[in-house]
Design a protein around this ligand. Structure first.
Ligand code: ADP
Ligand code: MG
Length: 715
C-alpha cells in the first residue's frame, strides 16, 4: 500500500533504501533514529510493503501497553484497515488480532509469553524490539532470548531481528549481537533553545512547573506546551489547578484559550485519543504527561517543553522485599530526549526546572535498566520454563542483574514449588509460567483448583488484575467512613452504598475475601453502574475484572492442564459449568489458596502490638496499608497473628498492601519450605559465595497441624 505524503515526509523514509538493504543482507540490524522519525509506525509497514515479511507476521514489541494500542490504531488508520485485520495488537487481557494480521504490535511481555508456547516464534518472520532504549525488564530478556534463537546451533535462519531505539548505546547493543550493523537515521530536528532555572526545585518542582506553564502561556508566541510530571495523581491535580488559573485570568488578558489535557498510561483509550486530535483555532494546548510522552508517544505540534527533571520509578530491594515507587531524578539522556520533543515541527524552547550546574555535574548519566532494580521472580520462572539449558545465573544478559536479586527469585520460586531443591523447574512451575498472571497469583489458582475454590480464586485474581476498583485509589474502609454530606452529590457515593461496603467487611475478612464478596454483590446487583457509583467503585475497573475472569477461565479450560483437572471435571469452571460447589467453606478455602500462592510473603504480628514482621531474607517491620479492607482484631484489639501480603511498600513507613489473614495451623505447613530454601543448591551448579543468613522463624512441628487443612495446604 502506497504511503501518504505525510508518511513520506517522515525522516525514516529518507533512509528507506539503506534500511531495507541492511535488513535484506543481515539477520540482525540496529536502527537508531530520533523520536518521531517513524520507527514505530512506519518501519513495519516499509518492511511489509517491500515484501520482506513473506507470509508471516511482523511482531513489534513495546514496553508500554498504552503505546502498543495507540500505535496499532494509528497504523490501521494509515492503512485504511480495520484494527485486528491486517494490523492488530496483543497485550495482556486484550487482543485485537486475527489470522489475517500481518503487523502485530504487542507488549514485550506478550511476546515473552508467546515464546513459551512456541519457542521458535515460528509465526513471525521479523521481530522488531522497539523502544529498546527504555531497557524494560522484558525487552532485556527478549534480547537474550532472541540472541539465542538467532545464533544457537538450531537457530532460525529466516527470522530477522531489528532493534530500534531513539537513544540507545548502539555500539554496545551491536557488539552484544555479534557486531551487527547499526543503521542511523538522522531526524529532522529544529533548534531547541534550552533554559535552566537559577535554582534547583527539590520539593517544589510541581509548583514551579505550574508557574512556568502559566508564564509560557501568557508570554510566549503560539505553540503547544508539553509539561512532564510524575504520575496520574499529580497530573490530575495540575490539570485542575491550571484550569482554575486560566479561568481567573482577567477577561481582557491578551492570550489564546488554553486547552489543558492529561496524558498518562492508565488513561481510558478514548481520552488518550484526544491528544492526537488537531487543536481548535485560536487555542493553545497544554499537555500534562508522564514519561510516556518522552519517547513512546509522539504528539505533534509541541513547541514548548517544561521539564522538572523527575520521573516516578519503581525499585525493589531483594534483601528485604521492599518495593518503592519514588520520584527520582531523570538521567541526562532523558533530559535531552525531553527537550527534543520541542523541536519537531519548528524551532522550540525547553524550560528545565533545574540548574545548568546540576545538569552538567549531578544528573545521572543514564537510567539504570529495570533488570537491575526490580524483582526477578517472574523473569527467572520464565527463563527456567523456556528451556532446561538456560542457567539464570550465567545467562547472557546485556547487563546482568544483581546476584542477590536472582537468589531472592530462586528462593521464592522454591517456596512456591515452582522449582525443586536443585533449582530445576517443576511441572507446576511450568504451568505457573504459562498463565498470564504473576507467579504468586498463578500458584494461588493452582492451589485453588485442588481446594475446590477455583471459581472464587479466579474472581479474586481478576479483581486484583484490574488497576482501579475503587475510584481515586481509596480503600473500602476509607469510602465506608466518608462523610456523604461533605462529599456532595457529585461523588455519587451514597449512604446505602457505604452500608453495603460495611456489611461486606463486617467480620473483617481482609482484602481477598472482601474482593470476592464485592464482586458477587455487584453481580447480584446485575452489574449496575449506579450500584458501583454508590459504593465508590470504578465501573470500568469492575468491567475489566469481569473480562479478565472470563479470559482466565478460558485460558485454563483450553490449556487442558492436569493441574486443573479436578476443577474441570467437577464442572466448577468451564463450558459445562454448573457452578456446583464442591468445597465446604469457599472463603476459608480461598484463604488457604492465597496462603499457598503468597507463601513467600508471610508476615507475623508482633507479640504485643499490631506491627508485623516479614519473613524475608532480612525481616522488616511493617504495618497494614490504610487502604486494606477491614481485618477484625480480637478482644484485646490485636490483629491476626499471621497474614500474607502482595506488596511491601516503602513509604515514610513500611506498609503491607493487599493483605489476607491466615491461620497459624496452616502456616506451620509453609514454614519448613521457607527454612529449607537452600540458595546454594537452588543456584544449581554454581557455588554460593556467601552464607545464607539465618531465618526468622524456627520450623514448627507438623504435629500442630489440623489434618484436614494440612492435607489441603500441602497439595
Ligand atoms: P518514532 O517511533 O520514531 O518515535 P512514530 O512512528 O511513533 O515515531 O511517529 C511518527 C509520526 O506519526 C509522528 O509525527 C507522530 O506524531 C505520528 N503519530 C504516531 N502515532 C499517532 C497517532 N496515534 N495519531 C496521530 N499521529 C500519530
Ligand atoms: Mg516509537
Amino acid at each position: 500500500m502506497a504511503p501518504s505524503a505525510a508518511q513520506l515526509a517522515l525522516p525514516i523514509y529518507a533512509s528507506r533504501e539503506a534500511v531495507l538493504q541492511a535488513v535484506r543482507e543481515n539477520q540482525i540490524v540496529v536502527v537508531e533514529a530520533p523520536t518521531g522519525s517513524g520507527k514505530t509506525t512506519q518501519l513495519p509497514q516499509m518492511l511489509m510493503d517491500a515484501g520482506l515479511a513473506g507470509e508471516r507476521i511482523i511482531g513489534v514489541t513495546q514496553p508500554r501497553r498504552v503505546a502498543a494500542v495507540t500505535v496499532a490504531r494509528r497504523v490501521a488508520e494509515e492503512r485504511n484497515c480495520r484494527l485486528g485485520g491486517e494490523v492488530g495488537y496483543a497485550i495482556r487481557f486484550d487482543e485485537q488480532a486475527s489470522s489475517s494480521t500481518r503487523i502485530k504490535y504487542m507488549t514485550d511481555g506478550t511476546l515473552l509469553r508467546e515464546s513459551l508456547e512456541d519457542t521458535r516464534l515460528s509465526a513471525y518472520s521479523i521481530i522488531i524490539l522497539d523502544e529498546a532504549h527504555e531497557r524494560s525488564l522484558n525487552t532485556d530478556l527478549l534480547f537474550g532470548i532472541l540472541k539465542r534463537l538467532t545464533t544457537h546451533k538450531h537457530r532460525r535462519k529466516s527470522l530477522k531481528l531489528l532493534i530500534t531505539s531513539a537513544t540507545l548505546e548502539a555500539t554496545k547493543v551491536s557488539q552484544y549481537f555479534g557486531s551487527c550493523p547499526v543503521q542511523s537515521v538522522s531526524g529532522r530536528q529544529y533548534d531547541v533553545s534550552v533554559s535552566h532555572s537559577l535554582e534547583n526545585h527539590d520539593n517544589d518542582y510541581y509548583q514551579a512547573a505550574i508557574d512556568t506553564a502559566m508564564q509560557v502561556h501568557l508570554n510566549e508566541a503560539p505553540g503547544d506546551i508539553l509539561m512532564f510530571l510524575t504520575g496520574q495523581g499529580e497530573i490530575m491535580k495540575a490539570v485542575k489547578q491550571l484550569n482554575n488559573a486560566v479561568s481567573s485570568l482577567p477577561a481582557d488578558a491578551d492570550c489564546d484559550a488554553l486547552l489543558v489535557m492529561p496524558l498518562y498510561a492508565a488513561m481510558p483509550p478514548d481520552m488518550q485519543a484526544r491528544v492526537f486530535a488537531p487543536c481548535p483555532e485560536g487555542c493553545r494546548r497544554l499537555i500534562v504527561a508522564t514519561n510516556v510522552a518522552e519517547t513512546s508517544i509522539t504528539v505533534d505540534g509541541i513547541v514548548y517543553v517544561i521539564d522538572p527533571g523527575r520521573v516516578k520509578q519503581k525499585s525493589y530491594s531483594p534483601q528485604t522485599g521492599l518495593d518503592a515507587l519514588s520520584v527520582v531524578p531523570i538521567s541526562r539522556v532523558q533530559a535531552v530526549q525531553r527537550a527534543g520533543r520541542a523541536g519537531r515541527t519548528r524551532p522550540g524552547k525547553c524550560f528545565r526546572l533545574y540548574t545548568q550546574h546540576y545538569f552538567d555535574h549531578n544528573m545521572p548519566n543514564i537510567t539504570v535498566p529495570e533488570i537491575q532494580r526490580t524483582s526477578l521472580l517472574s523473569a527467572c520462572l520464565y527463563l527456567k520454563s523456556l528451556s532446561s539449558d538456560i542457567d539464570v545465573i550465567s545467562f547472557d544478559y546485556l547487563d546482568p542483574p544483581q546476584p542477590e536479586a536472582l537468589e531472592d527469585a530462586l528462593r521464592q520460586l522454591f517456596i512456591l514449588d515452582a522449582i525443586d531443591s536443585d533449582g530445576k523447574v517443576t511441572p507446576l512451575g511450568k504451568e505457573m509460567a504459562r498463565l498470564p498472571l504473576d507467579p504468586c497469583l498463578a500458584r494461588m489458582l493452582i492451589a485453588a483448583a485442588n481446594l475446590s475454590c477455583l471459581p472464587e480464586a479466579l474472581t479474586v485474581a481478576a479483581m486484583l488484575s484490574a488497576e482501579s476498583i475503587f475510584s481515586e485509589n481509596r480503600g473500602p474502609e476509607q469510602i465506608a467512613r466518608m462523610d456523604v454530606e461533605q462529599l456532595g452529590h457529585a461523588s455519587g457515593i451514597t449512604a446505602n452504598g457505604q452500608q453495603v461496603l460495611k456489611q461486606l467487611m463486617e467480620d473483617g475478612p481482609g482484602d481477598h475475601v472482601f474482593l470476592l464478596r464485592l464482586y458477587k454483590a455487584w453481580q447480584e446487583a446485575e452489574c449496575s453502574s449506579n450500584w458501583c457509583q454508590a459504593a465508590g467503585l470504578n465501573m470500568r475497573g469492575m468491567r475489566f475484572a469481569r473480562d479478565v475472569e472470563g479470559q482466565l477461565e478460558a485460558a485454563i479450560e483450553s490449556s487442558r492442564s492436569t493441574f486443573f483437572d479436578r476443577a474441570l471435571q467437577d464442572g466448577t469452571i468451564g463450558r459445562s459449568k454448573k457452578r456446583r460447589r464442591t468445597g465446604q467453606n469457599p472463603e476459608l478455602e480461598l484463604r488457604q489458596a492465597v496462603l499457598i500462592g503468597f507463601a513467600s510473603r508471610l508476615a507475623r504480628r508482633m507479640l504485643t502490638h499490631n506491627g508485623y514482621k516479614t519473613l524475608g531474607e532480612r525481616s522488616i517491620l511493617a504495618q497494614l496499608h490504610p487502604v486494606t479492607a477491614r481485618i477484625a482484631p480480637d478482644e484485646d484489639g490485636l490483629l491476626p497473628e499471621w497474614v500474607v501480603y502482595h506488596e511491601l511498600l516503602a513509604t515514610s513507613k513500611n506498609l503491607l498492601r493487599k493483605v489476607c489473614p491466615v491461620d497459624a495451623t496452616w502456616v506451620n505447613y509453609i514454614t519448613p519450605k521457607i527454612t529449607n530454601a537452600d540458595v546454594s543448591r537452588l543456584r544449581g551448579r554454581h557455588q554460593l559465595q556467601h552464607q545464607q543468613p539465618g531465618l526468622t522463624v524456627a520450623p514448627m512441628s507438623s504435629t500442630d497441624v489440623e489434618p484436614s487443612h494440612a492435607a489441603a495446604a500441602q497439595r
